[in-house]
Design a binder for this molecule. Sequence first.
Ligand code: PEP
Ligand code: MG
Length: 749
Amino acid sequence: MAKEKANVDMICDVAELSALFEKSSNLDDFLQSAVSVVAWHMNAAVCSIYIYDDTSRMLTLRATQGLSRDAIGRVQLRLGQGIVGLALKELRSICSGCASKSPAFKPIDGIGEEKYEAFLAVPIRRGLTRVGVLVVQDVKEDYFDEVDEQALRAIAGQLATVIENADLLMALHRQEEAVAPAAEPSSKMIKGRGASDGVAQGQGKFMVSGRAGRFRAPDVVPNDLTRADFDRALKTSEQQLKDLQRETAENLSDVAQLIFNAHLLILADEEFSGEILRRIEEGASPVNALVDVVNRYIEIFSASPNPRLREKEHDLKDLGHRLLENLIGGGRAPGDYSGQIILADTLLPSDVLKLATEKVEGFVVQGGVASHIAIICRSLQKPMVMVDSQQFAAFHESCDLLIDGSQGTVYIEPSKEVLSEYAKHRRDVDLLKAAPAVKEETFTADGTRIQLFANINLLSDLKLAEKFCAEGVGLYRSEFPFIIRNAFPSEEEQYQVYSRIVGSMGEREVTFRTLDIGGDKLLSYQGDAEEANPFLGLRGIRFLLQNKDIFSEQLCAMLRAGAGGNTRIMFPLISSVDEFIEARELVGECMKQLDSRQVVYNRETRLGIMVELPSAVELIEDLAHEVDFMSIGTNDLIQYMLAVDRTNEMVSKLYLSHHPAILRAIERVAFVARNHRKDVSICGDIAQDPKMIPFLLGAGITKLSLSPGRIPNIQKAVEAVSIEKAVYAARQMLGFSLISEVESFLSGT
Ligand code: PEP
Ligand code: MG
């Protein structure tokens, strides 16, 4: 076979597909360019893309190179129909050397495909979601082989993101909803709950939850706007989005890169901007045409039973506002939130990221905040305070605010004294940030080496890890790229993210934790099934073992990213030895798969567990026989041992890391690990609490993983204590049966 398989690597490159998208004026153009490129690289006579519509359960031919162009948009297949429909239904690639002999083959009249015997169909999917099918065909029988199949799978993974957004735009017709009320003004100091440290000052800006309400134009708008004004607004918006995309790609490339892509896709879609232009041509004012078309899409999306589609409503509103501001001129650059503090009833992770890149100062959020929102804020170093609905009613638009995320306080119209007090505080903080005296290695007062690793949530945390001399990554929470997006990232996209971490750590150890969703970390696209007790539900390893295709993709990406590095993979929420063994077996299968794909990966990847359930503590001896390492996740261990929901404010006083049961569990795990010569660390928040350091060291823990920004503080706490004193403290604390006894000991009374 004289095919140029060397080119396969090139088409697997995300950059090439992104470049294609940049050059295309709309999605159909993009798809058409994509099929031409794939056909050329694979030297195939035909390449086509079929897109799947969830509602009608039909696949439609959207682009083809080699078949009749008339067939585009006309040829439709049911899920399961023909080789194409079957590949998507069963979510597997189908390679037929001689299609006419395949029982599944259903030749379509009038498109000229009879002569193509070799047929290779690869499903395009995002995790559990069916997006479409990528097909190549050729006249020569048995023309496609396994290498082609692998390549096409990689390409399908790349295409999925872009195509899925196209698919969303094809979703159809429906109704309307209500407008959210405004708040009444007032003036005072509010004591809420701190969710992300730091102080911010600015004017309050309400952000109505994107979930409800129509998109509206201001009451007074210029009445002499023309089509040329709209064209200009379109161009400006496009440029702004590209700039934002570039900025996020530079600073937050893991999770944010594609956030603005959705907006660009909508903008590029003929049915969106084309429809607005048509209405303007027919005599509508540009503002009315824009508002009507945006609302039409919002109606479609908000009425969808599919949560993934409902999320798109936010993108539409965001984009609508941007276009509107560029059209009527808002006086302030759209997307610039400097000097502003967002007041919101709900926020999505993508909102937080987007606002952070648009220079927002901080956030005040009503009600409980899912912990991943708080974690993102911390990673981005944006202060956030949570308040209840009564407190929230005290804010008014543009009120002067000062928020203190460490104290959980919000000052409305702060006095001069408050402002100067905080200005002084800020100077101190800046000084500290500028010159934190961190040493590369950490020792106790009597010379015992303690390792300080970084917990990484977003790639931007790596900078802090570097600055504060983290000895490696003790916990990479891999769920963030998943949470932030509207779909499961592909293996290739995950690989890019994970490789960045390994690349930046060099020879230092990196521990990837596999996806830990469920509980309070929910994915909008995960499905509709509501759980009565999500923390006791399909979370962590349970979700992964039930969704092995997603699990395998992630494992392959982690194994590949580990090539040349010093990497480990850790499974969350392990409750039995069986679960660990099942996960380990899957890693073995992934290694075989990678071998057959001839892809390099880290064969030495060590496998371990999070110890965060009482059952794992109880089985710790048995687990220690099997695992390469373990890390104690006290955030969940406390929740599950003490039966205290870690997100429920009503029981927050009971959520105690110094509870005698927790202390004994930690000591027991450390003891067993030491006996089995298994590496053990702590990656829960207890590791960043200076007052708990003597206990942890005294209990035999010598490896801690924490938010990188906390390393200087913890290094000081370690240096201040000798192992002798630490052992004494731990012994004392392990002997107490009352919480109050531990508390008096810790407070030195
Ligand atoms: C933990 O449970 O302690 C932990 C580190 O994991 P997470 O906070 O991500 O659940
Ligand atoms: Mg946990």
